[in-house]
Every structure is written in C-alpha cells, then in structure tokens.
Write a protein that binds this ligand. Sequence first.
Ligand code: ADP
Length: 548
Amino acid sequence: MSTHVNLTEKERLARLQAEIQQRTNQMIAVHAVTSVVGTSLDLDTTLEVALLVTMDMTGADASSICLIDEKTGDLILRAQRGWSQDFTQTNPLRIPAGQGLAGQAVTNDDVLVFNNRGGVETRAFPEFREEYFGSLALAPMHARGHVIGVLNVISNQPNRFDQNMVDVLRVVADTVGVALDNARLYANSVEQEHRLTAILNSTADGIIATDHTGHISLVNHAAELLLTIRREDYLGVPLREAPILPPIRDALLLALVSRSNKDRKSFQVTLADERIIAGLASPIYNPSPVDQCIPTDGWVIVLQDVTYQQQEQIARTKFIQAAAHDMRNPLSVTQSALSMLDMVLTEKDDRVQEIIGIARSGIRRLRNLIDNLLDLEHIAQGQNFHLIEISLLDVLREISLEAELLMRDKSIAFTSEVPPDLPVIAADPQWLKRALHNYLENARKYTDSGGAVTLRAYQEDGYIQIEVRDNGPGIPLAAQQRLFERFYRVKEHKGIEGSGLGLAIVKSVAEAHGGAVYVHSAPGEGSTFGLKLPFQDQTNPQNTASPQ
Ligand code: ADP
C-alpha cells in the first residue's frame, strides 16, 4: 500500500518537474526572443531576426511571416526562410483576407497545427501546395489588441508541434508581433517626418521654428537661401542669439514680445540690399489632455521675400498718382473754361444752363473719383498715415457737429450716442475722420428725406466700435459680402451718384489701424455700418484686443 503511495508521489513530482521545466523553457524562449527581436527598429532587420530566432526556438526547418495590410485586410508575405520557392522578392505574395491556412489562423485567432500532410493540400493557398513539409503550425501575432499577422513554422518531420511547442509558439508569435508593430510604427513616423521635411524644404517660404525654450529647432531650405545662412549654424541656438540679419532679428523679437497681438505677429523690414522681407510668427500649441491652457510650445516663423510684389505695388501707385495728377490739370482748365463761358454768355436760356450744369456735374464726379482713387492708394500704401494718441471723444464730437449740418439740408434727424468716457487711442485723426465721413455721407445719400441717422460708439472686448445707423433702404444679403470691394455698387442703388470707392477707403483705414469693418443690414430695415479699432485698455490689460 505504502509502496503504491510512494510511486504516485514520485509520479506527481516528476510531472511537476516536467511542467516547471516546460514553463522555464517557455520563459527562456520568450526572454531570448524579446532580447533579440526588439533590438532593432528597422522593419526588415526585425523580420529577419524574428525568423531566425523562431526557427531556433522551435527547431523548425523553415519559417515565414505574413503581415496584415491595414487598408485591405489581406495578408502579405513579408519574410521567409528555408522555403524552396521565393514569394517575397520583387512582388510579395498577397493572400486575400480569410483565404488559405494563414487567413484561417487570423479568422480563428488561434494557432493552427498540422502534424502531417493530411488534408492540407486542398486548404492551403494554391501557391504553397508545392512546398514540402512534415508538420506545420501557424500562429496569429498580436499587437495593441489586434491580430497584425501570422507567424508560420515548418518542420520536415511529422508530429513536431506538440502542445508544449504550440504554447511556446503562441508566446513567440506575440513577442514578434509587438516588435514588428513597433518597427512598423517607427517606419511610419520616419516616413511622415521625411514627407514633412520634403514639404518644408520645397516650399518657397522661409520657415524657422523654435522649441518652447526659444532655441531654433528647424530651418528650411528657403530660409537658408533667403537669409544666406547655413542650417547647421542655427539649429539649437537661442533665437535671441542667432546670427540672423539684425533688421530681421530685431523686428522679429519686437513682434514676439509685443503685447497687443497675442496670437499671430507680423512684421516687414527692408534690408540694406533693398530686399523687403515680410514675416509672420505664430505660436505652436501642443494640446495637452490635462491642461488646455498651456503656454506656447514654441514659435514658427514664416519669412517671405515680398520685394517683387512691393515694387509692383509701388509702380502701380506711382502710375495712378501720375495719371490722376495729369487728369486733374485738364479738369481744372475745363472747369475754368466752363465758368468763363457761363460769364460771357449773354443769352442765358435754360437749355444752355442745363448743358453747362451737366458738364459741371460730370467734372465734379470725375474729380471725386480721382480724389478717392488717390486716397485709396495712399491709405493702402500707408502713405501720409501717422498714429498719434487722440481723444476719441473730441474727434467724434467734431464729426457729430459736421454730420448734423450735413443731414439738416435733407431733413434727416441726426443723433449722436457717444459716451463721455471714451479712451485715448492711437489713431490717425485725419484718416479716421475721413472714414467716418464716408459712412455718414453714405447714410445721408441713401436715406430718404425725413429719415434718421445715429452715430454711436462703445467699448467691447478690447475694441472701440463706432457705428453709423440709418433707416434707409437697407442692403440685400448677397451684396453685403462685396460692399467693401473697390468699385462695387449695389445694383438697386445705381440711380444714386457714387464711385464705389467710399467703403473701400473705410476698410483700408480700419486695416491700417489693425481694425476691421462690418455691416448689419436688411432690405427695408436700414443699415448699420461699423468700424472696429483695437486699443490698449490701461485699466484692464486682459481686455486688450488680439487680431482675429
Ligand atoms: P458709393 O460711392 O457708390 O456710395 P461706397 O463704396 O461708399 O460707394 O458704397 C458702395 C455701395 O454700398 C453703394 O453703391 C451703395 O449701394 C451701398 N451703400 C453704402 N452705404 C449704404 C447705406 N447707408 N445704405 C444703403 N446702401 C449703402
């Protein structure tokens, strides 16, 4: 009895030892695979090493790895070793999703084992039916919770893959899967980086980027050409200390520290060689899942050589100015001649008077057009534009007095809603008055006698908003988007004299101040034209405007 018990104990002990040995072998296998397979991030090297180590661990005579094409779900034979035919060179074999033994291993998501050839010929993918084997096992490889491919081992001997070997293969397959997935992710990220670098280097704009510490982290090819610098001399250097041409560096640093514009900062400089460089610095934000209000992660600075455009612009302005000037002289002569004709004519019949009146009105319109054109060119070029500190209240009071007189001759009721606590702002008073005059003149022009016009000003979100409201005909929605374009006139108002330049001038004035224009209107409900001007709120710096 006791002998029997002792034997069973021995058996149990032996079985336990065998199991421990098995587990130890598995762990040694996993350790060996992990330490060898994970050493490279190169996909081809990882595939090669994975095949070698798998064959070594399992004692297989041949092995192969198929990876799933994420787009189609097909399996692509990416690497093989010990096979008689070559399926990976030039055009790797593609096994449609779910087909063949490998497809079946993916569908079942489990190891598939054949310890003899029985029945395999008909189920295997046609191309593989010629391959000789004694036993065969296919293990799905997992990474990030998905099957990413199949690891296949072949032995010339039958009955090579017992349960113990299957367990080892399962673990090896997943270890290889993770290593291959890492290599594939790395290859993708390297490819993305190459693509991005290619884009950055083929763009015509110079691009410089800094990291969050202000050190230069990127200089593209166009920036090298534009600034005649070498990228190597700039990478890793603090922007402040980089040997960038002083006018550009100073303008850039000034733009970066300026408080008025929180987001995008633009500047333009003329270099000693007369090149004009325009720059735009924008902050880089890396959204953090924890804190959305993180400070910037650095800056990206885009530089453009705008000399050519500027020269074209200057030539155009010069041409318009010269043409306008030359047109003005004959106009003055014609006007004087008309006055003389009016004086010398003894017989003043109505018909003659009417003809002289038509000629005079034509001259006036032409003069207006020329003046407006010149003004528009001046303000668009920033000519005769000087920002000074002005009392907005004083300017609006002056404008209101003029508007009252202007409206009176058409019996239009004028109201001024200007609060006494308007701040001092940096503006060009002449251009500002000109812009508001255009709004008020339009309100008078398009509103019928007996109508009402209001001038209103208020502060909102770091902006001063000045609005002219009328109860005139209003403007169709489709026309509102184009109102501020040069020469645009609403076709419903064609009967009223005008050049279509008045609102374009207002827009240019607003933009020269770093502001904007807007209109709210509907046919039959009047119009409100607005001018938004940024200003530094001394009482509450948080309320300082930033450009949209
Ligand atoms: P214009 O010299 O033709 O008045 P503007 O540029 O000043 O040129 O205005 C462009 C067009 O906008 C005008 O032709 C007119 O149709 C429309 N418009 C401007 N102001 C008003 C207004 N207060 N009410 C209705 N329409 C207006």
